[in-house]
Design a protein around this ligand. Structure first.
Ligand code: UT7
Length: 311
């Protein structure tokens, strides 16, 4: 047996905010946003939907997809930087709402690399045989910490949630390699100050175009494979130009990379989880495909996983 992903789910709010909508509130334009970031629209949650609600909807789908019941879950890990409140955690809120009565629960804070930190933490509990099913969710309501007067940041972010069940799969499939890292020295480049996200875009960009390609290649090599063995790439959906750097490093065609950033913008911890669920649901990822998940974010943090898809 090996630790792998046995179910996925996602939720994005209904409300679509286009680049043209943003032109009306800040000094920006559709052309700038598309060419600099690849984003065309994003989803913004209404006032009555918070992070835990989105996490709940995505989780319900993942639990169904895995064919388990909430009482089978041993541990809930929620990656988020926008919890409903500082405590109790979103994970505890979800434990109650799902009726996951046997599950331990905690939140993980690693910004946009949060889902990677969650999956890799879950894997350890599965590998040791201590737990059988771990629910890992990336969920963010970034709109509540976005300064809607700051054009440098407000055009980038969106709300949403993605979920995965980590459990036992066959020996040939599942998580083959991983990498996690952090550089606290770069924390100042992307942080929440007072109420809002503040970012030095250039510095984060420089870090990301170095780290994402490097980590992607590292997990391929660590799995004993070559770049031509990669069937699908799911990078953190921050900016198409950064994602392209990872794609070029692995030398794979554009159709083998998820580009949901177009529709959802940057949803931080949720982005890789949403992209994975969508890629599985629409058939971009099939059984026995070798896929690379890779993310970077505030902290600074990064993480990557090499995974043979299927149970
Ligand atoms: O999950 C991690 C989250 N963070 C990231 O992924 C951010 C990484 N960084 C980036 O994606 C890019 O740096 C940005 C998309 C944020 C910016 O792109 P850039 O190509 O680095 O642009 P820039 O910051 O160098 O700005 C170029 C110009 C500036 O004008 P001047 O100084 O040249 O006159 C900006 O003021 O674009 C201006 N600008 C805008 N113009 C229209 C900045 N934001 C906007 C905007 N609309 N929304």
């Amino acid at each position: 047996m090996n630790a792998g992903i046995t179910g996925v789910g996602k939720y994005v709010p209904e409300n679509i905010v286009t680049n043209h909508d943003l032109e009306k509130i800040v000094d920006t334009n559709d052309e700038w946003i598309r060419t600099r970031t690849g984003i065309e629209e994003r989803r913004i949650a209404s006032d009555d939907i918070d992070t835990s609600d989105m996490a709940y909807y995505a989780s319900e789908q993942a639990i169904r997809d895995a064919g388990i019941s909430p009482t089978d879950i041993d541990l809930i890990l929620i990656a988020t930087v926008t919890p409903d409140k500082p405590f109790p955690t979103v994970a505890c809120m979800l434990q109650e709402r799902l009726g996951a009565t046997k599950a331990a629960a905690m939140d993980i804070s690693a910004a946009c690399a949060g889902f990677m930190y969650g999956v890799i933490t879950a894997k350890q509990f599965i590998d040791t045989g201590v737990y059988k099913h771990v629910l890992v969710v990336g969920a963010e309501k970034l709109s509540k910490i976005t300064d809607w007067t700051d054009r440098n940041t407000c055009v980038l972010f969106g709300d949403g949630a993605g979920a995965a069940i980590i459990g036992n799969v066959s020996e040939e499939r599942g998580i083959k390699s991983f990498e996690l890292g952090a550089d606290g020295g770069g924390g100042k480049y992307l942080q929440q100050e007072e109420k809002f996200i503040q970012m030095n875009g250039r510095e984060v960009f420089k870090f990301a175009v170095r780290q994402m390609p490097e980590s992607s290649l590292n997990v391929v090599k660590q799995a004993g494979l070559n770049k031509e063995d990669v069937d699908y790439l799911i990078p953190h959906q921050a900016n198409i130009r950064i994602m392209e750097a990872a794609r070029n490093k692995l030398d794979i065609p554009v159709e083998k990379m998820n580009t949901s950033v177009k529709k959802y913008g940057n949803t931080s911890s949720a982005s890789i989880a949403i992209a994975l669920a969508e890629a599985v649901q629409n058939g971009d990822v099939k059984d026995d495909d070798f896929i690379v998940l890779v993310g970077f974010g505030g902290g600074l943090t990064w993480g990557a996983v090499g995974l043979r898809w299927g149970k």
